[in-house]
Design a protein around this ligand. Sequence first.
Ligand code: S3P
Length: 178
Amino acid sequence: MTELLFHDNIALIGFMGVGKSTVSHYLRDQYSLDEIETDAMIVESENMAIRDIFEKYGEAYFRDCETRAILKLQDCRRTVISCGGGAVMRKENVANLKKGSRIVLLTAKPETILKRVRHSDSRPILNGHMNVEYIGELMEKRRTAYEAAADLMVSTDGKRVEDICEEIVRGMNRLNGQ
Ligand code: S3P
C-alpha cells in the first residue's frame, strides 16, 4: 500500500454509480481519513431522503442545499469527501471544493453504471430513465464540467477497489510533488 504523503482532502466526483462511496469507504479505512458524503449532509440538514427533497421541493432546491453543504467543508483536512454526481455542475461548488481538496474524477462506462444502479430508486435523476442511452447522454452532457473540475481522473471499469485507491493515492502524491 502506497503511503499517503499529503494533507489535502480528496474530493471524489463523477456520475451516479461510478463507485464514489465504495472508494471513499476504502480510503477512509486504509488511511484513517475522516469521511463525508455531501448527500448525507443534505439528508441530515433537511431531515429528509434525497428523493423526497426532489419530489417536494424540486431539483433547484436540492442544488442549493448541495452548494451550502460544500461551503461548510472548507475547514476539513485529511477528509475524503464523496460528492453527489451533479455537484460540480456549479462552478461555485468546484471553486469551494478546490480550496481544501484535490478533485478526483471517477469514471465508468454507461453499461457499468446501469448494472450498478438499475435496482435503486433513490436517484431521482434516473427515475424512469434506467437505460444505457439516457445514462450515456447525461454523462456526455456532464463530461466537460467533470473533466474541467478534475485534478486527477481514474477509470473504475473492471478494477478492484484496492487498485483504484492505489491509483488515486499515487496520483495525489504526484500532484503534491512527492
Ligand atoms: C445526483 C447524484 C446523487 C444525488 C442526487 C443527484 C446527480 O448522488 O446527489 O440524486 O445529479 O447526479 P450520487 O452520485 O452519490 O448517486
